[in-house]
Design a protein around this ligand. Structure first.
Ligand code: NAI
Length: 396
């Protein structure tokens, strides 16, 4: 069928298989163009491996240091008259590219929060790789079913304490309006922490360690965001920020458990980028549009793949990666640079619907958003009929 974008709010309900494959190939080409990684991991488990930062992590490890990768994700295959999700096509493309490069790649599509999927992955590691030396935890999910109690938790993106009013971008129309978000109650804070906090990361590491499939000296990372003061009420000091504090708690607890084998856990604070997860956060898309313009002009703009390549190449290549005083790896250093942030603050006050095109890179935001679903990539014939039923080799 001929596949066109169908945007509903902040998601696109279609995905283009050839476009997603192109997007994956472009990310692989970027990593290859930077040359081999000096001391990269060799056997890597990526939880949340099909889109955004997790996909970029998988690509950076596989094509930077020739790592065998196991990817876990929750995606949907194509059905009659309906395309698969972008993460499905990305993963199919990744596996084809990995096979062509002689790299082991196996994927698991299902609920990463469940005990059943953890057991399946443990058995696959035991059978195929023996052990993994790196675990990337890059889940972004709106809900989680607790594996022990069956309770379903839902995450919300809300401020805490008082309501928050700020400028907001309607990414469909390009209108800059004002949004007010009411504060979360205690239950919503707890539920968001149960979904996006560190408990599940700890359960994964416990399951891997207890089964003996975690190599001595194994490293594990989860991703976080801090950002500027203007987004703090909705991010750092909001419900998601509470979950990220719990992720930091989990990092410390995992590091303690792994210390005797020389292993360690880190939080990597990454740059704000257009992904399926970030496009759902109020206020953030306007901030990202302003940020992209400034960082592109400064020559310091990066996408997920540049960030993850820098993580493995510059930070994890060191025996003790440099961190901030709280022990976090900072890949948001260029975003948070003072000249970038002072320009953002200035433009944040000035930006409105009329001046959006001049002050922000809204076109860049929109094109990045479409790219997430495989649209707008160079060299793809979007008029052509494409096969939408694509299988992921290791799941076939
Ligand atoms: P994303 O939406 O692109 O990726 C989420 C991944 O999680 C996908 O692979 C999806 O299939 C998987 N997933 C979701 N629910 C699942 C489940 N129940 N079982 C198995 N897999 C599941 O998200 P993104 O933006 O790459 O986020 C990843 C992490 O990076 C999050 O912790 C996020 O907070 C963090 N981060 C994101 C930033 C951004 O600007 N996008 C900035 C800094 C950190």
């Amino acid at each position: 069928m001929v596949v066109t974008p169908k945007i509903r709010g902040f998601i696109c309900t279609t995905a283009h298989p050839a476009g997603c494959a192109r997007h994956v190939a472009d990310q692989i080409a970027h990593v290859k163009s930077r040359g081999p990684l000096p001391a990269g991991p060799k056997k890597v488990l990526v939880i949340g491996a099909s889109t955004g930062y997790g996909l970029a992590s998988r690509i950076a490890a596989a094509f930077g240091s020739q790592a065998a990768t196991i990817g876990v994700f929750f995606e949907r295959a194509a059905e009659e008259g309906r395309t698969a999700t972008a993460g499905w096509y990305n993963s199919a493309a990744f596996e084809h590219e990995a096979a062509a490069a002689g790299l082991y790649a196996r994927s698991f599509n299902g609920d990463a929060f469940s005990d059943a999927l953890k057991s399946e992955v443990v058995e696959a590691i035991r059978a195929d790789l023996g052990q993994v030396d790196c675990v990337i935890y890059s889940l972004a999910s709106p809900r989680r079913t607790h594996p022990k109690t069956g309770e379903v938790f839902k995450s919300v993106l809300k401020p805490i304490g008082t309501s928050y009013t700020n400028k907001n971008l309607n990414t469909g129309t390009g209108e800059v309006t004002s949004v007010t978000i009411e504060p979360a109650n205690a239950d919503e804070i707890a539920q968001t922490t149960a979904v996006m906090g560190g408990e599940d990361w700890e359960l994964w590491i416990d399951a891997l360690a207890e089964a003996g499939v975690l190599a001595p000296g194994a490293r594990t990372l989860a991703y976080s965001y801090i950002g500027p003061v203007l987004t703090w009420p909705i991010y750092k000091n909001g419900t998601i920020g509470q979950a990220k504090i719990d992720l930091e708690r989990a990092a410390a607890s995992i590091s303690k458990k792994l210390a005797s084998t020389g292993g360690q856990a880190w939080i990597s604070v990454n740059k704000a980028l257009v992904t399926q997860a970030s496009s759902a956060i109020p206020v953030v898309p306007l901030y990202i549009s302003l940020l992209y313009k400034i960082m592109k002009e400064a020559g310091s703009h990066e996408e997920c793949i540049e960030q993850m390549d820098r993580l493995f190449r510059d930070r994890l290549a060191q025996a003790q990666p440099p961190t901030d005083p709280e022990g976090r790896i900072r890949l948001d250093d260029w975003e948070m640079a003072a000249p970038v942030q002072s320009l953002i603050a200035e433009r944040w006050d000035q930006v409105d619907t009329a001046r959006l095109g001049e002050l922000a890179d809204f076109a860049g935001y929109q094109s990045n958003f479409l790219k997430l679903f495989g649209f707008g990539l160079e060299g793809v014939d979007y008029q052509a009929d494409v096969e939408t039923h694509i299988s992921i080799p290791s799941l076939a």
